[in-house]
Design a protein around this ligand. Sequence first.
Ligand SMILES: C[S@@+](CC[C@H](N)C(=O)[O-])C[C@H]1O[C@@H](n2cnc3c(N)ncnc32)[C@H](O)[C@@H]1O
Length: 463
Amino acid sequence: MNKNWIRKTRIDKNISQFKMAKALGITSQKLSAWELDKETPSSDELLQIYHFFDQPNLFFQKKGISLKKKTFNRNANIPKKKGVQNEVLEKFYNSHKYPQITTDKNMKAVMLFSGIGGMSLGFHLAGYNVVGHVEYNKSANKIYSLNFPESYSLGLDIKKVTDEQLDLFKKEQGEITVLAGGPPCQGFSLAGKRNVFDPRNELFKEFARFAKILKPKVIVLENVKMLLTMQTKDGGLVRDYLSEEFRKSGYELIYKDINAKEFGIPQSRERVLFIGLRSDLIKKHNLLFPESTHSNSSSNLFNQNLSPLNTFRNATRDLEQLESGEYSMSDPWHFAVHHPEHVIKMLRDVPEGKSAHENKDEKLRPTSGYNTTYKRIKWDEPSSTISTNFSMISGSRNVHPKNTRSLTIREAMRCQTFPDYFKLTGSLGEIRKGIGNAVPPKLAEFLANYIKTNLLGGKNNQP
Ligand SMILES: C[S@@+](CC[C@H](N)C(=O)[O-])C[C@H]1O[C@@H](n2cnc3c(N)ncnc32)[C@H](O)[C@@H]1O
């Protein structure tokens, strides 16, 4: 008999794993273990399974399970009812609370395009008060305000925040230390179609306008690496255009392409960072970039001060091992998407670091896509870039090193260095988007500390 006959029959009959487990009075994990051939049902259990497949409705009726929904529900394992979900979340967040962080009332940060708050969390952890933000996505804003209830929303669409509003905010807040943000990068991104005429690129000008009015001491701007080679409408380089725009606003700007893994983040994430210092502070402080702190072992031979790269294993070692469709009973954000059987078959025996495109058996190779897709992450290397579609098993290096499935939300958060106490809410799609878009909080924290010590002369010695 086919090894996966239980799963196959269940799917043929359009029954979710959740419902079948409930009807049989067992856990979804147990059913999953049978389906993946990790455990074998006893003879009594086998008999039950045969009876169930013969007359599923009888079992459903007995257990009071609704028969209304006939379609196969990929996410059947995720608690759907609002009340249940909220209860689980409440319990989880009650045992994962924000630590007490001492902030300095003179260190104030304003976040533009704040997303769910990756950059903001980093600055907060470094002791800054995040006093204001601008973000127009409703779902991102919801997550943001759950985590930063004291940050004032300066507005939704940045283009609609008036100069008068900014003047008023400045009067209320006094000196702003850092203005930071990552304007949307789709117009410049490699993943999307690069379009120099994309109106979203105009948002950089809005950033410069905010700088001109709020006059922060320091500016931090994060974006995709491709920005460095992008051209403006007139054929000039975007990076030069940006430096010029900010110079007009009163700032000296330096930029550097970095990889987050070189700063201890367990993820390869290439970005460009711009740091700007207000012109009147330039003479007092050297405007330099921080040196990387981590490197792979061969480069460490030359620089003994660097630590080894952080790895996917380090970031996720304490999490439960889940297969497709399984979920954690203790962590509401650690559940695996239910992938189609034919994809699991293709990927099941693929070793870490390899792609299903390299399978010896041609029938087990994907029919389309680049060799970088359908690929497993390596345990002992940083993860691939956490993008907004990290739940797609067919994506680029999106497959777990051991389990045959894409990353869970918790794993993606760990690779992005979001602590478990960071609160999430809303639709799964929007949550994944916010995580994929974020600046890793630990990278932002490193930068925020560097700015404090090197560009602002230390905590007690402010310019
Ligand atoms: C790359 S994400 C920023 C992520 C953020 N830095 C973090 O660390 O979580 C860019 C954000 O800009 C927001 N955005 C795009 N256009 C905007 C606009 N016109 N006004 C305000 N926010 C905008 C998007 O909704 C998105 O959340």
